[in-house]
Design a protein around this ligand. Structure first.
Ligand SMILES: [Zn+2]
Length: 533
């Protein structure tokens, strides 16, 4: 009996893993070399990264290998990784769970627009050719017992290699894991496999949650102007009210907004002291007293109510972390990558990138009312010094580390205020964009920060203190509105008392009122703009 020479699957797995290290991780090594240049003291560490990458990929493949799964699994991973390589190398995107969600939600037309010759070459060279090799190679299965034993041996050996390498270079890995977290996001294929798992677990756990509809009766009833409305709602990040010059701060932190007809709300308080609480809460119908995480995800929010009218186009652009579940049922785009965001520089995708292309979106909505939500990176701490381009470094010296306790309070405030200057520029650009549309629309901008920030007062930093004990610095948030002349007139804005006490509780009803939406969930008395005429 003749037998073709057969390869044990363990060998195939090791070989494929080597291919992954050599040909599928260009972006990972390129990004890593920025922080760990190939100088003699880094060479050992860089080589060890390749070893860990190799061992980790082999480990994952080994864990899922069996007589029936090894080949199809490797082929699927090769095909997908050829594409993730293409997108990471070309567009510098990160294949995380939101990106996967975006990919599934993008309709075919949009995906075809992106298809290029280069992408086909990636598919052929990194996908189809190695897959064909895997498909045709005869594998040697040596019976259940022996295969099991060999797998145990391989898993043990690979784990040992990983642990040993991490141990030998522990100093480098400590900084690698702590300070350069994003580097891991470009590891191919382990990161996208992890993201896929993450996406599926999030989707299925969300699918278990019954979402109760809200305001199904909502309809637009325009009593005043017949022009469509264009509203841009900016959800700010970590800007406390008392650092705005509008609120008497001794520094001029809003020089550009000062030139506009801004309505300032000095006494507006947040729903929570963290993004995860405040963002879903401010868009929910529950005020701070009644809000809970569960109610937030189990009930539709104001964006859904606006959506139910079928007369308002809603769009959420994300440049923070994610929408915290608020934008799950409305069009959503993630701007923390160079694929969508054309304003990524000095190591950060800037908020102003979200304004690029909005003109086109606005024109496409024809005569519909429009609400665009821009979720900003804003003053996200602790690395305030990274939140603005060099040109905005007006106050110096600045705290140049995320270890805030190593800086003086002044250095922290300097960096924090420079970041506000950059938001001032961003909001001013947003207003200029709205002005370009005010012959065809009534336009408005609403800006509200999600929570405030402690900057070292009484040894407190950042935010997230339990609400009842948090200082006002974390709760009294920056809040501004701007309306074009026509809307100011329609709203009788001169009668507005902006100094009164307001909170995130008002947002839900103010948005409904602004769009003149009639629904049972609208409460007139909570609408800031329901001004007695
Ligand atoms: Zn926040």
């Amino acid at each position: 009996m003749f037998k073709k020479k057969q390869t044990p699957q363990s060998k195939l797995i090791l070989f494929i893993s080597l291919l992954f290290v050599l040909f599928y991780n260009y972006t990972f090594f390129k990004n890593t070399l920025v922080f760990y240049p190939a100088i003699s003291e880094n060479i050992g560490f860089l080589l060890s990264l390749a070893v860990v990458l190799f061992a980790a990929t082999s480990l994952v493949l080994t864990l899922f290998s069996s007589k029936w799964t090894t080949k199809p699994l490797i082929i699927i991973i090769l095909l997908i990784s050829s594409q993730t390589s293409y997108f990471m190398n070309t567009y510098h995107v990160i294949i995380d769970d939101t990106m996967i969600r975006n990919t599934f939600q993008t309709d075919m037309k949009e995906s075809m627009d992106l298809f290029s010759i280069q992408q086909l070459i990636y598919l052929l060279v990194l996908g189809i050719i190695p897959s064909y090799f895997v498909y045709t190679i005869p594998l040697d299965y040596r019976g259940k017992g022996r295969e099991f034993l060999s797998r145990i041996k391989q898993v043990g050996l690979l784990s040992l290699i990983i642990l040993l390498t991490l141990f030998i270079f522990s100093k480098n890995y400590a900084s690698f894991f702590r300070e350069h977290k994003p580097l891991r996001y470009s590891v191919n294929p382990t990161f996208w496999i992890y993201s896929l798992g993450n996406y599926m677990s999030k989707t299925f756990s969300a699918a278990d949650q019954e979402v109760t509809p809200s305001g199904l009766d909502a309809k637009v009833n325009k009593k005043h102007s017949q022009l469509p409305k264009l509203v841009i709602m900016v959800v700010g990040e970590a800007v406390r009210a008392d650092h705005l010059s509008f609120n008497g701060y001794e520094r001029e932190t809003t020089p550009l907004l000062k030139k506009e007809d801004i309505i300032n709300f000095p006494n507006l308080f947040s729903c929570g002291t963290s993004t995860a609480v405040s963002v879903p809460c401010m868009f929910s119908k529950y005020g701070r007293e009644n809000y809970s995480y569960k109610k937030g995800i189990q009930n539709e929010n104001v964006l859904d109510v606006l959506n139910h009218t079928n007369e308002i186009s809603v769009l959420w652009l994300e440049n923070n972390s994610d929408s915290k579940g608020v934008a799950i049922r409305v069009p959503y785009k993630w701007y923390k990558n160079t694929f969508y965001n054309t304003k990524c520089y000095e190591d950060e995708c800037r908020d102003e990138g979200m304004l690029v292309g909005l003109d086109k979106f606005i024109q496409e909505q024809r005569n519909k009312d429009i609400l665009i939500v821009l979720h900003q990176m804003g003053n996200h701490g602790p690395a305030y010094y990274k939140r603005y381009p060099k040109a905005f470094e007006k106050y110096t010296p600045t705290c140049q580390t995320n270890q805030l306790e190593q800086c003086t309070q002044e250095e922290i405030s300097n960096a924090y205020d420079n970041a506000i200057l950059f938001t001032d520029d961003f909001l001013s650009q947003t207003i200029q964009l709205l002005k370009e549309h005010n012959t065809t629309h009534q336009t408005a901008m609403i800006y509200m920060s999600d929570h405030g920030e402690s900057l070292g007062e009484n040894g407190l930093y950042l935010h997230g203190m339990p609400y009842f004990m948090a200082p006002d610095a974390q709760k009294n948030v920056a809040a501004l509105m701007w309306f074009d002349a026509s809307l100011r007139k329609t709203l009788n804005i001169q009668n507005l008392n902006s100094d009164a006490a307001y909170s995130h509780d008002n947002l839900f009803h103010t948005l409904l009122g602004l769009f003149e939406v009639e629904t049972e969930v609208y409460q007139k008395e909570l609408d800031i703009l329901n001004i007695k005429k």
